[in-house]
Ligand binder design. Structure first.
Ligand code: RNT
Ligand code: ZN
Length: 416
């Protein structure tokens, strides 16, 4: 049987449940995933040489083939995108500026990203962006924009202001809104006396950063929260309450990272709450294993739950889906392909639910049928629809991409 024939059988099985598989494919095709550039080089970037990753995050592993230049990273990204169905976006961090100029984070301008813009145009992908408030001597104290030291604070305010200008320029140039994320690692290893001061300083510093009006067609601000980081175990300035409160009161987006909450909390349950109070939401889909370990995203229950939270009630329209993980212990291109394909799979799977029917059963209080159907749906022939979607989009079906990645590793990655 061909992929298409298998699809036709699956289409009929889903139709009996009231699900239109063609419509599901059309829906998932329209949702771009913002692929994070930093998986390709272990969050090093190209702006500074020999600088250690800081801010309480960590990559582990030394798998050969890490991209050492922006050209190599683009080559890897281009290859990875060729293994993922439909059009997606690229999420850049400020440290990925591609320039020979000696420039610090507070002096970055859009011209330092000219090569990225060229690539994005050529690929037809949109760009998203991030301030890099770590891996820099000015972040050595553990505080950046909330530092009590005005010199340090002003440096990061300048960096963040420039970040927004670059973001708007990306959006304007590519004619697609650039979502810019702000994440600050600021926090204390040990128990602080004053929990308010740093938060007050961060709030007022952010207000200064945000004071410049940007065109909302081209730029969106998002603020990320975190429960703790390595070296900031006792107190994190941009906690959930801080970041959500700031985002809701200032009319910007909130960023939910799957690894930034207590172990029994899940972001799939937070989506519907956040979007009652903010217009837009940014996700950093990640996989925490015992801590914010940023493992490659797998098709687990939480990934499916995230996709369901977005798709069932249409909140996907107000959500920007980004990925945030970095694994240096496996082929990094494969890491992109695996995680991004999984995000697409989870979305397609969510679109293949008879949502209206399930909602009706719930409203009627028929929880027996709700459980029965949601469980039965787990073994519906999803794979046949996914395979057909890949074939339709002209990307490898099932694990056929793996041999291509291995070939790429032999030819390109292993000779670096
Ligand atoms: C860190 C945050 C942040 C970073 C990236 C590199 O805990 O999740 O989003 O991972 O900006
Ligand atoms: Zn994140």
């Amino acid at each position: 049987m061909t992929t298409y024939e298998r699809y036709l059988v699956a289409k009929e099985i889903y139709a009996e449940m009231g699900v239109d598989t063609d419509a599901a494919i059309e829906a998932v095709k329209r949702i771009p995933i913002s692929m994070h550039c930093w998986q390709g080089d272990d969050v090093n970037g190209f702006l500074f040489q020999d600088i250690a990753l800081s801010g309480g995050i960590q990559t582990t592993g030394n798998y050969p083939g890490r991209a050492r230049t922006a050209d190599e990273l683009r080559q890897d990204l281009t290859f990875a995108l060729g293994m993922i169905p439909s059009k997606h976006r690229l999420n850049l961090h400020a440290i990925y500026a591609d320039t020979d100029e000696k420039v610090d984070l507070d002096g970055l301008e859009v011209r330092h990203f000219a090569s990225w813009l060229d690539w994005a145009k050529e690929m037809g992908v949109g760009l998203d962006y991030n301030a890099t408030c770590f891996s820099h001597p000015m972040a050595d104290s553990g505080f950046t924009i909330s530092s009590a030291d005005k010199t340090v604070r002003d440096f990061w305010i300048a960096h963040c202001k420039g970040t927004r200008r670059i973001s708007e320029a990306f959006g304007r140039e590519l004619n697609t809104k650039c979502v810019t994320n702000f994440w600050f690692p600021d926090g204390y290893k040990d128990i602080p006396v004053d929990r308010e001061g740093p938060r007050y300083r961060m709030m007022t510093a952010l207000d200064e950063v945000m004071s410049e009006k940007m065109d909302p067609r081209y730029h969106l601000d998002a603020l990320e929260s975190k429960v703790f980081g390595i070296g900031a175990e006792s107190y994190t300035v941009s906690s959930n309450e801080f970041a959500l409160g700031y985002a809701a009161s200032r009319g910007i987006a909130y960023t939910l990272d799957a690894g930034h909450f207590h172990p029994t909390e899940v972001i799939s349950d937070k989506v519907s709450s956040v979007l009652l109070y903010t217009k837009e939401l940014l996700l950093h889909v990640s996989r925490p294993v015992r801590w914010d370990s940023d493992h490659v995203v797998i098709l687990d229950d939480e990934l499916n739950a995230i996709a369901q939270a977005l798709v069932r009630t249409g909140l996907v329209e107000r959500t920007h889906i980004g990925l945030d993980y970095f694994d240096a212990s496996i082929n990094r291109v494969a890491a992109w392909v695996i995680g991004t394909r999984n995000m697409c799979k989870a979305l397609l799977k969510a679109y293949l639910e008879p949502t209206a029917k399930l909602m009706q059963l719930e409203l009627e209080g028929d929880y027996t049928s709700r459980l029965a159907l949601t469980e039965e749906l787990k073994t519906y022939p999803f794979a046949a629809v996914w395979d057909y979607y890949c074939e339709l989009m002209g990307v490898p079906v099932r694990d056929a991409w793996l041999s291509e990645v291995k070939e790429y590793e032999r030819k390109v990655l292993s000779v670096r």
